[in-house]
Design a protein around this ligand. Structure first.
Ligand SMILES: Nc1ncnc2c1ncn2[C@@H]1O[C@H](COP(=O)(O)OP(=O)(O)O)[C@@H](O)[C@H]1O
Ligand SMILES: N[C@@H](CCOP(=O)(O)O)C(=O)O
Length: 318
């Protein structure tokens, strides 16, 4: 038996919701922008293979790959239920660049755990899976945050609730918005980009953050597109992180002149997103970013819609 799971790239924070808002991405040209993991039956307990465009950037040792931690964490969760993990071979197809701001580690984690769970007849329920995903993401970035794993797993735009036994719930997305996401090709460590943020914030920033996030969620539910776009701004991370991203200010300036709804840093960067309503404008923005923002051969740009499905088990081999 062989199972393959795909897990999409995601925009953490979506500017207005540091650590509590995340969106899954689906390129409009049908490109699969996310990692895939294959699990198949084997003789020995565990082995891992890696392939894909960014496999050469992964840690050389298999036991440093987050997929190995997924295998261990999943086995532990099964043992707590009186079940045991089967001998298996895993293959990670690493399609997302590491340290990109596209939820690369989250994509590996979600694809690995979804494939493992499908291979074990869905022994863990969705909440158990999501909790485990958050814990594993926390090991890499230094603190548990669900804003990549939740949209990657569940799809859509997800709001982290983390109260009353609820981890995350989806909010409506403006279906006709185009999200132009551009990875310039350099790497920023999420852990380091978190470490440079202030430990405490001024009261006025806290109030602005709460007010804008509430307004965005309200506008999304009530279909007020202009209001949602107007409050897509970040006072928590962007002021401190933008200096790490060469060309960010120019992207914003060009996007504004091109009729963009909003520009922001995807996750901890260096990927930048530009939200637009016109497809031709979005395609032109993509071309401009390819010419002016991408720094090397690792960079790429996609025009996306919000991915509504989240992770998918395809059932075919890689
Ligand atoms: N399968 C994997 N995918 C991505 N990163 C991995 C993986 N396995 C281990 N890592 C390590 O985890 C860290 C991820 O860095 P991070 O900045 O959090 O990336 P991202 O923000 O793209 O998820 C890196 O040190 C990387 O070497
Ligand atoms: N909320 C996190 C999101 C990090 O996303 P990543 O794709 O850069 O891992 C943060 O902003 O630190």
């Amino acid at each position: 038996m062989t199972v393959v799971a795909y897990a999409p790239a995601s925009i953490g924070n979506v500017s207005v919701g540091f650590d509590v808002l995340g969106a899954a991405l689906a390129p409009i040209d049908g490109t699969l922008l996310g990692d895939r993991v294959e699990v198949s039956a084997a003789e020995q307990a565990f082995s891992l293979g890696c392939q894909g465009r960014f496999a050469h950037k992964l840690p050389a040792e298999a036991d440093k790959n987050i997929v190995y931690a997924c295998y261990q964490g999943y086995g532990e969760a099964l043992r707590k239920k009186g079940l045991s993990i089967k001998p298996l071979h895993m293959v990670l197809e690493k399609n997302l660049p590491i340290g990109s701001g596209l939820g690369s580690s989250a994509s590996s984690i979600v694809a690995a755990l979804e494939a493992l769970n499908a291979f074990h007849d869905y022994a863990l329920d969705k909440d158990e899976q999501l909790l485990l995903m958050g814990e594993l993401e926390g090991r890499i970035s230094g603190s548990v945050h669900y804003d990549n794993v939740a949209p990657c797993y569940l799809g859509g735009i997800q709001l982290m609730v983390e109260e009353a036994g609820i981890i995350s719930q989806s909010i409506p997305a403006f279906e006709h918005w185009y999200w132009v996401v551009c990875y310039p090709g350099i790497s920023i460590s999420t852990a380091e980009a978190r470490a440079i943020l202030p430990a405490q914030y001024r009261r006025s920033d806290c109030l602005t953050y709460g007010r804008r996030l509430a307004a965005f969620v309200h506008a999304s539910h009530s279909g007020q597109e202009a209001l949602a776009a107007a409050v897509l701004k970040d006072v928590i991370a962007e002021p401190y992180r933008q200096a790490l991203i060469p060309g960010f200010a120019q992207v914003r300036q060009h996007a504004e002149l091109s009729g963009a709804l909003a520009t922001g840093i995807s996750g901890s960067g260096p990927t930048v997103f530009v939200a637009m309503t016109d497809k031709q404008q979005a395609l032109r923005m993509k071309e401009w970013m390819e010419q002016h923002f991408i720094q090397n051969q690792d960079g790429f740009c996609h025009v996306c819609h919000i991915d509504t499905q989240g992770t998918q088990v395809t059932g075919q081999g890689l």
